[in-house]
Design a protein around this ligand. Structure first.
Ligand SMILES: Cc1ncc(COP(=O)(O)O)c(C=O)c1O
Length: 408
C-alpha cells in the first residue's frame, strides 16, 4: 500500500496538465469474441493484396525505402496526391502544397500544433469526430459547438455565434473543424450552398477551415459536392486532411495535409518523426501509378454499399424505434433513439450481448450540444457497418435490439 501511495504521488507531480485527466484504459481494437460496430476499421475481406508492390518497393527502391525519407514526403507521392486532388476540382494544387503525414489524425495534430495555444477556441460540429476531441483538448482549447441539419453544419448559427463573440470583444476561434463528406458520426454531407457560405464566413472573420474528408470516395450513390478546398479560390482559408486509410488500408498510416506552402513549411518543422515511412510511401505510389487504386476504390464502394444496406434493413426490421438518415457513403449509421433512452446504458447492455458500439455522448465536446447551457443529447448511438461482415451485421443488430428491449 505504501508503494502504491508513493507511486500515485509521483504521478500527480509528473504528468503534464494535458495528460493528467487521461483514462488508463487503452483501446484494444475489435475483439474476435464480439461483433464490432464501434470502430472505423476496414472490412478484413477488402484489404488489398500488396505483396507485389511491397516486393518492388523493397527490391527496385531498396536504397530509397530503407533510408530516411525527404521530410515533406516522397516527391512521387506528393505529385500523385496533387494530381488526385486536381482531378477532384482543386485546380492548380502543386506537389509543394502537399505534406505527407502518418494518417489524417496525425495531420490534425500537426495543424493543431501550428495554430493552437492554450486558451484558444475552435468551432466543431455537435456531434463531431470523437477521436479528434482528445487531440483538441490536449491543446487546452475551448469549443464552440454548432449543430448540423440535413445540409450539414448550421452556418447561420455559426454566424450568430461569431458575431456575438465579436460584439462582446471576445477572441474569435482559430479554425472550424468539419467532416463535410459522410460526416463521422452523422453520415451527413454538406450541401454546396453551405460549403460556399462557410468559406465566405471563415474569410470574413479571418478563420481557417480544417477539412477532414477521409470518406469522400466511399460514395455509394449520388453526386459529389466540390470539396471545401476546391471552393477556396484564394487558397488562403482551407487546410485539407486526406488519408489512404479508407482508400487503401488504415494500417499503412499514410495521409496528407494539403495547404498553403508557407503553412506546410512551418508544419514540417513541427513534425518530429524524421519523415513518414518511405517504404510505405513507395508501396502506395506503386499501387496508385499502376492503376490498382481505381479498381480498389470501386470494390470499396460496392462492399460498403452492401454493408450499409444490410444494416439499414436490419435496423428497420429489428429496431424500428431508432431513427436515422440513410448515408450515401462512409462507414456509419447515427441512430437516434427515443428521448428517454440513454445511449451509454444501451452501449453497456449491448456489450453484454457481445456487440460493441460507441454511445453518442462520446461525440460531444461539452455540455453545449443543444445550445449554450443545454446538456448534450444522450439518446444517440453510432453503429459502424464497415468492419463486420453482412451476416454479423444482421446478428449484431438483433443483439442490439435485444439490449434495447432489456432497458426497463
Ligand atoms: C473524420 C475522420 N478523420 C480522421 C480519421 C482517421 O484517419 P487516419 O486513419 O488517416 O488517421 C477517421 C477515421 O476513422 C475519421 O473518421
Amino acid at each position: 500500500v505504501k508503494f502504491q501511495e508513493k507511486e500515485k504521488s509521483v504521478e500527480q507531480v509528473l504528468f503534464a496538465r494535458r495528460a493528467s485527466g487521461l483514462s488508463t484504459n487503452a483501446t484494444a481494437g475489435p475483439s474476435a469474441a464480439a461483433i464490432s460496430f464501434d470502430s472505423g476499421h476496414a472490412f478484413p475481406g477488402i484489404l488489398p493484396d500488396l505483396t507485389q508492390v511491397a516486393t518492388a518497393a523493397l527490391s527496385k527502391y531498396r536504397a530509397e525505402t530503407l533510408q530516411y525519407a525527404p521530410r515533406p514526403g516522397l516527391p512521387e507521392l506528393r505529385s500523385w496526391i496533387a494530381e488526385y486532388m486536381r482531378a477532384d476540382g482543386v485546380v492548380n494544387l502543386s506537389p509543394e502544397e502537399v505534406l505527407v503525414v502518418n494518417g489524417a489524425k496525425h495531420g490534425l495534430e500537426l495543424v493543431c500544433r501550428l495554430l493552437l495555444d492554450e486558451g484558444d477556441s475552435i468551432v466543431v460540429t455537435a456531434p463531431t469526430y470523437f477521436t479528434a476531441i482528445p487531440i483538441f483538448k490536449s491543446f487546452g482549447v475551448g469549443f464552440i459547438e454548432i449543430p448540423q441539419d440535413s445540409e450539414g453544419l448550421n452556418v447561420s448559427e455559426l454566424q450568430h455565434s461569431l458575431e456575438d463573440r465579436k460584439q462582446a470583444g471576445k477572441r474569435l476561434p482559430k479554425f472550424i473543424y468539419d467532416v463535410p463528406d459522410f460526416h463521422n458520426p452523422t453520415g451527413l454531407t454538406m450541401s454546396r450552398n453551405r460549403r460556399e457560405t462557410i468559406i465566405e464566413l471563415a474569410k470574413d472573420y479571418g478563420l481557417f477551415i480544417v477539412e477532414d474528408s477521409p470518406y469522400r470516395k466511399v460514395r455509394f450513390e449520388g453526386e459529389s459536392q466540390p470539396s471545401l478546398k476546391a471552393l477556396d479560390d484564394s487558397n488562403n482559408t482551407v487546410l485539407t486532411l486526406g488519408t489512404f486509410s479508407k482508400l487503401m488500408a488504415p494500417g499503412l498510416r499514410v495521409g496528407w495535409i494539403a495547404a498553403r506552402r508557407d503553412l506546410l513549411a512551418r508544419i514540417v518543422q513541427l513534425k518530429s518523426d524524421g519523415g513518414s515511412c518511405p517504404l510505405t510511401q513507395r508501396l502506395i505510389v506503386e499501387f496508385c501509378v499502376t492503376g490498382q487504386l481505381d479498381s480498389h476504390i470501386r470494390r470499396v464502394q460496392e462492399t460498403y454499399r452492401v454493408h450499409r444496406d444490410r444494416m439499414v434493413d436490419a435496423v428497420r426490421r429489428e429496431l424500428p424505434e431508432a431513427e436515422f438518415n440513410v448515408p450515401h457513403g462512409g462507414y456509419y449509421l447515427w441512430l437516434t433513439l427515443p428521448p428517454d433512452c440513454d445511449g451509454d446504458d444501451l452501449a453497456k447492455r449491448a456489450a453484454q450481448e457481445n456487440v460493441i458500439l460507441v454511445p453518442g455522448s462520446k461525440f460531444f465536446t461539452s455540455s453545449g450540444g443543444r445550445g449554450v447551457g443545454q446538456p448534450s443529447p444522450k439518446n444517440h448511438i453510432r453503429a459502424a457497418y464497415s468492419y463486420a461482415s453482412p451476416d454479423q451485421i444482421d446478428e449484431g443488430v438483433r443483439r442490439l435490439a435485444r439490449a434495447y428491449h432489456s432497458i426497463p
